[in-house]
Design a protein around this ligand. Structure first.
Ligand code: PLP
Length: 656
């Protein structure tokens, strides 16, 4: 029975629901094109990601005529024991990124009649995973793509990955001790081409001493601390206070010392790196202009310069806005290549020196697109009822007034109704605190408040001008979607530096996503959430999602462009381990699963924090036996507990 404020039966439950929901817009006109626009798939996803007619996200690692339906893929993977959360890598995309970069540089070289070559190297730090490095080596063969190492383990990876007797470059960056330098120098005997890049002045003496002991003529580079500053989160990689690199004065000292020992010919490369994700082309231009001048001046000083290494920094358009916002970039790969080639050529021509071989160390732009993270939604936080259908005739006056406010909401009184709802809610709370309202009355007041907000926010969707005081209503209304994932393990930059990644449902995209949500992971950490999302302008605080009532279960979301830096920087917070990983390659008839690697199980993460599963089992066994003897547990309970211990050690760390 439903009553108005005078206690009169209003309508049947069925009728009431229909009446109340009449303000909801029809979803019938929603198409996949609307979803593509909403999530700006074309902006960040071209040419690899799209949405098919069925409303599922597709991946096209080798052109649009061979699109893989992601939902179909995800649904066959559990047969191989690969359940979400899941990292899917598409090595063909990695190959395509390498080819594109090389082709852009080649095009620029031919456009500007540049008399030198381009040699790309992949910075291993971007993703040290064996499959990634091996894929870079494989796809990079045609372009003589080399590797950059920034530590001893990365040097070992590089040496093992690059076939010797090759023209591929091996750049040795980072802090170096005797072992690092010796290994790099001796690698020349295996046919490698290591270039040892001096990042700190004191390294020079050590390198030259070891080279002399080994009787090996080293090829050296210097990393310059440019005055041009990068921008955004990684902008500190250059300038006076940069951690790495030599000032111009220090570079001159290197030249002087090498001259003194008659080894000036060893210095052949000038390197700079002004930070990752440089979103403004102007900054790149300035850096190249400055570095080109240093280069030509070194040549004029008689240094045997051969290479100019422009480092990393080539950005990824994570939000697809094509702006200089930090999650985007206001240039494309071809602009980047053109600027490098044109500026270096111009500086060399004016100084009448030969142009160098151009080297770049792009990591992010090569590796980001090839990986995507798939995870399922476990549930949502329930805001109290979004439609209130009943009120008792003898309800307190405040609730009856609140109820009629709710009923009377219409497009012409949205602002007024919202303020009334806030007022009623506050008043109800005061009355409750003074003992005049019961617990259930207070609950009903809260329900009415959410119902008003919901009704207003739905009506607002068809308003052209949203009043300022109602502008954050959809944020207030946003539900929390609990996702089967650890942000700390799988996308640590989303937590550590608030990096943005495109996120969207992987299916149901032919239906309007009528809910609004933020994402909360399964770690017991309030930071384990995502509440900033890509937008065409700046960011938004909520993501458009489907209501779980409207979609099939499980509801899958995807986080895209996660192939750079995330895998290696992930941590074991709350002991959620590495996720399952699958590598998928395109074939003429569809795709094939190239490799599947099961994520960490519980025993493996425990081992990483130095627990031995056998010891743990023995301890738990002893305790259970003692409890049995003391009759604190029955035999069947003990068996169940024992069984759970054994299966838990073997199970995935995420929720099944
Ligand atoms: N080179 C050096 C020396 C770096 O430190 C980095 C990473 O910051 C890179 C290359 C790769 O940069 P990016 O991933 O922006 O291409």
């Amino acid at each position: 029975m439903h009553y108005n404020q005078f206690g009169v039966d209003l309508c049947s439950s069925q009728q009431q629901n229909t009446t109340d929901k009449s303000y909801l817009q029809s979803n019938n006109s929603w198409t996949v094109a609307d979803s593509a626009k909403l999530y700006n798939v074309e902006g960040w996803g071209e040419p690899y990601f799209g949405i098919n007619k069925a409303g599922n996200v597709t991946v096209s690692p080798q052109g649009k005529d061979r699109a893989i339906d992601l939902l179909e893929l995800i649904e066959v993977l559990p047969e191989r024991n690969l359940k979400p959360p899941l990292l899917i890598r598409f090595p063909d995309i990695l190959g395509d990124r390498l080819a594109r970069l090389h082709e852009c540089m080649e095009r620029a070289i031919s456009r500007y009649s540049y008399g030198g070559q381009y040699r790309g190297v992949f910075p291993i730090k971007c993703n040290q995973n064996r499959h990634i490095v091996e894929a870079v080596v494989h796809y990079g063969e045609a372009y003589q793509f080399g590797l950059e190492a920034g530590s001893k383990p990365e040097l070992i990876i590089a040496l093992a990955s690059l076939t010797s007797q090759t023209d591929r470059l091996l750049l040795c960056n980072g802090y170096k001790d005797r072992e690092y330098i010796e290994t790099a120098l001796l690698a020349t005997k295996l046919g490698h081409q290591p270039i040892i890049i001096i990042e700190q002045l004191q390294e020079l003496a050590l390198v030259m001493a070891i080279a002399s002991e080994l009787n090996i003529e080293p090829i050296l580079g210097v990393r310059a601390k440019l005055d041009t500053k990068g921008i955004g989160r990684w902008g500190d990689s250059t300038g006076d206070r940069a951690k790495f690199g030599l000032s111009v004065g220090e570079i001159l000292q290197v030249v002087q010392r090498l001259k003194e020992i008659d080894k000036l010919d060893c210095l052949q490369l000038l390197h700079f790196h002004i930070g990752s994700q440089i979103s403004a082309i102007k900054v790149i231009k300035n850096a190249i202009r400055e570095a080109s001048q240093i280069y030509v001046q070194l040549v004029k000083l008689g240094v045997n310069m051969q290479y100019l290494d422009v480092g990393g920094g080539l950005a990824v358009d994570y939000d697809g806005s094509k702006t200089n916002f930090k999650a985007s970039k206001n240039y494309n790969m071809q602009n980047y290549a053109n600027d490098i080639v044109a500026q270096v050529k111009d500086a060399c021509e004016r100084a009448e020196v030969s142009v160098p071989t151009l080297v770049s160390e792009s990591g992010r732009a090569i590796a980001a697109h090839q990986s995507l993270l798939v995870f399922n939604v476990l549930g949502t936080s329930t805001k109290l009822s979004l439609d209130v259908c009943s009120l008792k005739a003898d309800a307190p006056l405040i609730l009856r007034n609140f109820w009629s406010t709710y009923q009377e909401i219409e497009p012409t009184n949205l602002q007024e109704s919202y303020h009334d709802a806030i007022g009623f809610k506050q008043e109800a709370l005061s009355l409750f605190n003074l003992g005049y309202l019961s617990l259930s009355d207070r609950a009903l007041a809260e329900e009415l408040y959410w119902a008003c907000c919901h009704k207003i926010s739905v009506m607002l969707e068809s308003c052209e001008d949203i009043p300022e005081d109602l502008s954050n209503l959809s944020e207030i209304m946003a539900a929390t979607y609990y996702i089967n994932l650890s942000i700390f393990q799988s996308v640590p930059d989303a937590w550590a530096i608030e990096q943005l990644f495109p996120i969207l449902p992987l299916h149901h995209l032919d239906r309007k996503p009528t809910a609004r949500g933020i994402l909360a992971d399964i770690t017991c950490d309030s930071d384990g959430k995502i509440d900033r999302f890509i937008n065409r302008k700046e960011t938004k605080n909520i993501l458009e999602l489907h209501s779980l009532d409207d979609v099939s279960s499980p509801y899958y979301l995807g986080m895209f462009l996660v192939g750079s830096y995330q895998e290696i920087m992930g941590n074991l917070h709350n002991l959620f381990g590495e996720t399952n990983v699958v590598e998928v390659k395109v074939t003429s008839s569809g795709y094939r699963i190239e490799s599947a690697i099961e994520g960490d199980n519980v025993a493996q993460v425990l081992e990483q924090v130095k627990y031995d599963s056998q010891d743990l089992l023995a301890t738990m066994n002893r305790r259970t036996e003692a409890a049995l003897q003391n009759q604190n547990i029955t035999l069947s309970e003990a068996q169940k507990l024992w069984q759970n211990f054994v299966t838990t050690f073997d199970s995935y760390t995420y929720l099944s």
